[in-house]
Design a protein around this ligand. Structure first.
Ligand SMILES: N[C@@H](CCC(=O)N[C@@H](CS)C(=O)NCC(=O)O)C(=O)O
Length: 252
């Protein structure tokens, strides 16, 4: 992707595995904003963020000519302000913003903890495999060598384990009930109306790891660990999961 009028395109710093990063990528692309993706290694991400003057290492962030925008929600609002007339995700609608925050803080956090509590604790090479996607040979070696330290830091930093996995799974299930209830009146989109909004895009990207839509950029690389796969198979027919698949099919 290239910038316009010889201006470099903004750079989106991301982890390949992160569903928040997928949300930002999809949002930028849907809103027609050019960007260059910079895949960052876990462990190195804090130092890279510091080099950019950021206090926190959290990805995604977007580096533009004159600003750094950190957080998928802020990136989407930045992009919406620059999108072509008529192209919108309703990012500034008050109800949409409240629902997006709920999705980011409940679904986003607990889908991640649910997945990692089994995948990183019991099948950590499958997680490393995803982090390796999109990085060069020497970075792969670095990741390989540092993996046990990174894994342990993630396990303590994200508070992972069997009980925590069950706790997060229950929290996600409550949120799925809420999302199913929104769709119960037959609406096409979570916010109502006749266009995809930031609410659909957030719900879809943050829940996508459970159903791995074929249009998802890492659907061929990410695999669910066995118990999670079995649990999620029972969720697949839920209206919200069908909605996730449908949003990906139509808009990704
Ligand atoms: N609410 C934030 C969450 C971002 C977030 O938690 N990013 C994780 C990856 S999934 C991260 O970079 N963690 C590493 C860190 O915070 O140092 C967003 O929407 O961007």
């Amino acid at each position: 992707m290239t910038g316009k009028l010889n201006m470099p395109a903004p750079r989106l710093y991301l982890f390949t595995i992160s569903h928040y990063c997928e949300k930002a990528r999809w949002g930028l692309e849907y809103l027609g904003i050019d960007y260059d993706a910079v895949v960052v290694l876990p462990g190195e991400h804090i130092a890279i963020a510091k080099q950019h003057g950021l206090k926190r290492g959290a990805l995604p962030y977007l580096v533009t000519d004159d600003d750094i925008i950190q957080g998928s929600d802020r990136i989407l609002r930045w992009a919406e302000a620059r999108s072509a007339p008529g192209v919108s995700l309703n990012c500034n609608d008050t109800e949409a913003m409240e629902m997006e925050q709920r999705l980011d803080h409940k679904i986003g956090v607990h889908v991640r903890r649910h997945y990692y509590s089994e995948a990183l604790v019991e099948h950590s090479s499958s997680v490393r495999h995803v982090f390796m996607r999109g990085v060069g040979f020497s970075d792969r070696i670095k990741l390989w060598l540092a993996w046990s330290v990174i894994r342990n830091k993630m396990i303590s930093g994200l508070d992972l384990g069997p009980e925590q996995g069950v706790e997060s799974s229950n929290i996600v299930a409550e949120q799925l009930d809420w999302l199913d209830s929104l769709l119960a009146d037959g609406r096409r989109f979570l916010l109502g109306g006749d266009q995809m909004s930031v609410v659909d895009l957030s719900a879809a990207s943050l829940l996508a790891p459970y159903v791995l839509p074929p249009q998802h950029p890492i659907s061929d690389t990410l695999s669910l660990p066995p118990r999670l796969a079995e649990q999620v198979a029972a969720w697949r027919s839920r209206p919200i999961m069908q909605h996730v698949l449908s949003m990906y099919k139509q808009f990704r």
